[in-house]
Design a protein around this ligand. Structure first.
Ligand SMILES: *Cc1c(COP(=O)(O)O)cnc(C)c1O
Length: 320
């Protein structure tokens, strides 16, 4: 049996209820028109850290032992899990370190420091940063928090789908952006319990398809990582999410970075929403999906667009 369960999701929902209110899920006529379906947008861009990952951090913080708090937390991230962990560390009064790849946006590193965590820049890819974080964890006896493979984190992320499917039980498909797959795995667990007929459709960048390749083969695969969008810039699949996604996630679409930019533009003009690239990937997938059903949801997973992303949204909007 998988370590990921619906009971685990309910437990995480209890843990975050006092800290994070449910996020809104809105329907926008101009977006419906552009897509040709009814589209529910689940707004994780309004979380206090600007992305859904804070759910995982708050869920993790609730389950730490006193010894873990004292020893401190360490992880690796391109920026949104970093802010989530910093938020969790502050909540739990645990010293926190995040190793970030040298290519991760400085805006996200800065926001992580402002939440009280130490940021170490090390590694060209997430795989290298993770390796470094694990070495420091062993050296200093800190609790290593795997961004994709920790059940408390995945159960926390899954609470998005608890809120969404309780409010919109008749959805026919939910489009979920995928980096490690923690969100998509959580979506499958909740869907199986609350809305078995609703399809869960993953969307990943064609320029960083490690999770896609893993979903297809059923084994953890590595792949090149050339997307500019940090939230989905992963170079390896993750075992725990894969154990649920493989065989249970209905479909998996790849989109290119221009399609993601176009979805960011559409969010800004049709749904007055600033999404970062990763936050618009699900909408990009829906826009490419010629077989989408009539009642769909997309997760706007984050709003932490950096300066260059915002400039490109503006350029795209002016051209459209
Ligand atoms: C991390 C992240 C993703 C990908 O989520 P996984 O759980 O790693 O698959 C998507 N969007 C944003 C904004 C993220 O921060």
């Amino acid at each position: 049996m998988s370590a990921l369960t619906f009971a685990g999701v309910l437990h995480a929902a209890d843990a975050i209820a006092g800290e994070l209110p449910p996020t809104p899920s809105w329907i926008y006529p101009a977006l419906n028109e552009a897509v040709g379906a009814q589209v529910v947008v689940k707004h994780e861009n309004v979380q206090p850290t600007g992305a859904f990952k804070v759910r995982g951090g708050v869920s993790l913080a609730a389950g730490l032992t006193d010894a873990e708090r004292q020893a401190g937390l360490i992880s690796a991230s391109t920026g949104n899990h970093a802010q989530s962990l910093a938020y969790a560390g502050r909540l739990a009064h645990a010293p926190t370190i995040v190793v970030m790849p040298v290519t991760a946006p400085e805006e996200k590193a800065h926001a992580t420091r402002l939440l009280g965590a130490e940021v170490i820049r090390h590694g060209a890819t997430m795989t290298e940063s993770c390796q470094h974080a694990m070495e420091i964890a062993t050296e200093r006896g800190m609790r290593f928090v795997s961004p994709g493979d920790d059940p408390a984190i995945v159960h926390g992320h899954a609470t998005i789908y608890l809120e969404l499917l309780r409010r919109h039980p008749d959805l026919e498909a939910i489009y979920v952006p995928v980096g490690s797959g923690s969100g998509a795995a959580g979506a499958c667990v909740v869907r199986d319990e609350l809305a078995p007929n609703c399809k869960i459709i993953g969307v990943q960048s064609a320029a960083a398809p490690a999770a896609y390749n893993s979903w297809r083969s059923g084994r953890v695969e590595q792949a090149a990582c050339d997307t500019r969008f940090s939230g989905i810039a992963t170079s390896s699949g993750s075992q725990l999410p894969l154990s649920v996604m493989h065989g249970r996630m209905n479909d998996f679409l790849l989109v290119d970075d221009f399609q993601i930019l176009d979805a960011m533009r559409l969010f800004s003009t049709a749904a007055h929403t600033l999404a970062e690239g990763a936050g618009a990937a699900a909408l990009a997938g829906l826009l490419q999906d010629t077989e989408h059903p009539q009642r769909c949801a997309v997760v706007c997973s984050g709003g932490n667009a950096d300066g260059s992303e915002i400039a490109d949204i503006a350029a795209f909007a002016a051209m459209a």
